[in-house]
Design a protein around this ligand. Sequence first.
Ligand SMILES: Nc1ncnc2c1ncn2[C@@H]1O[C@H](COP(=O)(O)OP(=O)(O)OP(=O)(O)O)[C@@H](O)[C@H]1O
Length: 264
Amino acid sequence: MIEAKDIQVVFNPGSAIENKALRGMNLQIPESQFVTVIGSNGAGKSTFLNVLAGEIKADAGSVKIDEQDVTNWSTAQRSGLVARVFQDPMAGTCESLTIEENLALASGRGQKRGFSHAVTAERRELFREKISVLGLGLENRLEDKMGLLSGGQRQAVSLVMATLNPMKILLLDEHTAALDPKTAAFVLELTEKLVNEGQLTTMMVTHSMRQALDHGQRTVMLHEGRVVLDVEGDQRKNMKVEDLLHMFEKVRGEEIDDDKLLLS
Ligand SMILES: Nc1ncnc2c1ncn2[C@@H]1O[C@H](COP(=O)(O)OP(=O)(O)OP(=O)(O)O)[C@@H](O)[C@H]1O
């Protein structure tokens, strides 16, 4: 469960380039819900995920994860609660380490100090099992360097890494945006599978309205640092991309001007 209350984030306060990125973000996500997040450029999507992960400290407001107030917790303190996959396939993995070494590092996430990152025979078997689910043959390449993998393969491994240990929330920040459409569809299918299997409380930021409606159970739209639309249930089930666009234009009171949103 995620409970964000009146989150405010101001970059460069008091200067000529002051930017109120989040202006009272309120969002409650019950346990096991998969929420897709859309919004035009600069709406505050990544900033909000950064606040949840502890990368950015909110100037006001509070964050609770599973009833625990984590507002003042560091990223490291939240590492056992929050898992994340980024847009850039290079982020979140180490290209000079092998696939199994990356998995070993991921399995140490959220563990107390003293946890060994060694790849033992037992762990290798577990990694082989987890990676074979991808159907990419990577279970036979566990000793290959991560840097040798394609973008799609890396994102698939990143998802396995993110979901290797128990966590409370999974944050996906446009994690298919850098992939070709076919690979993106594969990674999205894998996302659904892992989220459903683990019953994970998930937020997925996407620039594609189609993806936003096709995945998860609820869609929220951010604009100028706030939630301006929040749809789920039958309302969402019957919704088409054009309806979503229309609602967005109505909320904003202007024509939508973000090509990325319109075209996807
Ligand atoms: N570290 C920072 N310093 C200053 N301004 C920032 C910083 N990070 C984000 N911003 C600004 O805050 C606003 C919200 O940015 P954010 O990245 O959260 O938007 P977004 O919705 O994720 O956009 P996009 O879809 O383009 O990635 C933008 O105006 C952005 O320029």
